[in-house]
Design a protein around this ligand. Structure first.
Ligand code: ADP
Ligand code: MG
Length: 316
């Protein structure tokens, strides 16, 4: 099978979308955005063995490659619209591409995202997606708007994906519910949009809560207190990690959660607590303070020193 046959297989699955004047097939796509909107663009790559275990099913690789990008759009409060897909494959394998496309398009259709172009090359397995969305001009959620005194919130639960990855690294079977969180992150797009006029600042948690919250705090010139005992955990995480210390470490410093961490004025507390979107809700996990330190507090109020704040490429 040749490059062009692979592209045709993907093209056959890509349906048109709003604003697509010209999709796959020319040298570039033509996209139309409405007056008064801003285009929101993000790009994330998944490398085999780095961003997913080597034995990950092609369906899940397809899902996750799009999901991590939609999570970035969610963190900006954007409505997703279009994406491109750059595929590097060790060999031309139609069955693999079809299964990959099943996962990719399952999520794309759920959120009305149109695939409008990409690139297909031979090389080590890697998937790079560029996702595009729109926001009413001036309403995007950003990292730099947090204010001392804000409540600190988090959607969903933390730590499941990191727990699954730890099981995989240890050579043990991954708990099915935990593995599902690792393989099929759910971008919190409904929350992102609802938060446009409620939140002061927002970031998606991909590399560990404390690390990503640190980025939000330095962009905003503030510090934060995180209440470890308030970090939401799934039933599967509680069942597999009953000891607080390990569970808190996974929740505060693990990665691959793809939840939204955001700040808002205390006057919004009731409205945010009542929000239900994306099959989940938000939990208040701390507060924004002046200064620049991000501190995780234990039940007794003492600060907890994590072995590391989160995941970093090139760290060693
Ligand atoms: P060019 O050589 O001009 O870059 P290509 O042969 O790479 O064009 O691609 C032909 C068309 O197919 C382009 O519209 C491109 O966007 C699209 N395309 C290529 N690979 C993919 C892919 N993996 N997913 C979606 N569209 C793709
Ligand atoms: Mg090309």
């Amino acid at each position: 099978m040749h490059e062009f046959d692979l592209i045709r297989r993907l093209q056959a699955r890509a349906c048109g979308g709003a604003g697509v004047s010209l999709g796959i097939g020319d040298d570039a796509a033509l996209l139309q955005i409405a007056d008064g909107q801003q285009l929101v663009v993000t790009c994330d790559t998944l490398n085999a063995g780095v961003h997913f275990p080597d034995d990950t099913a092609p369906y899940d690789i397809g899902w996750k490659a799009l999901a991590v990008n939609l999570s970035d759009l969610a963190a900006m409060g954007a409505t997703p619209r279009w994406c491109t897909l750059s595929l590097s494959l060790p060999q031309s394998d139609a069955a693999w591409v079809d299964a990959f496309a099943d996962g990719f398009f399952a999520l794309a259709h759920q959120h009305s995202v149109a695939l409008v172009g990409g690139d297909t090359t031979r090389g080590p397995l890697a998937v790079s997606v560029t996702a595009m969305g729109v926001v009413p001009a001036g309403t995007a959620l950003r990292r730099d708007g947090a204010q001392a005194g804000d409540d600190l919130w988090l959607t969903g639960t933390l730590g499941d994906a990191a727990a699954a990855l730890a099981q995989w690294r240890a050579g043990s079977a991954m708990h099915a519910d935990l593995r599902a969180r690792l393989d099929r992150p759910q971008p919190r797009l409904g929350f992102g949009i609802a938060l446009r006029d409620l939140a002061h600042a927002c970031i998606d948690v991909s590399d560990g809560l404390l690390q990503d919250l640190g980025h939000l705090c330095s962009a905003s010139g503030v510090g934060a207190e995180v209440w470890l005992t308030q970090l939401p955990a799934s039933p599967a995480l509680i069942a597999t990690h009953p000891a607080d210390d390990t569970r808190h470490r996974l929740q505060a410093t693990g990665g691959d959660d793809y939840e939204l961490c955001f700040t808002a004025s205390a006057s919004r507390r009731k409205r945010i607590a009542a929000l239900h979107a994306d099959g989940t809700k938000a939990t208040r996990i701390g507060r924004i303070v002046s200064g620049e330190a991000v501190r995780a507090l234990q039940a007794d109020g003492n600060a907890w020193r994590p072995p590391r704040n989160g995941f970093e490429h090139f760290a060693d």
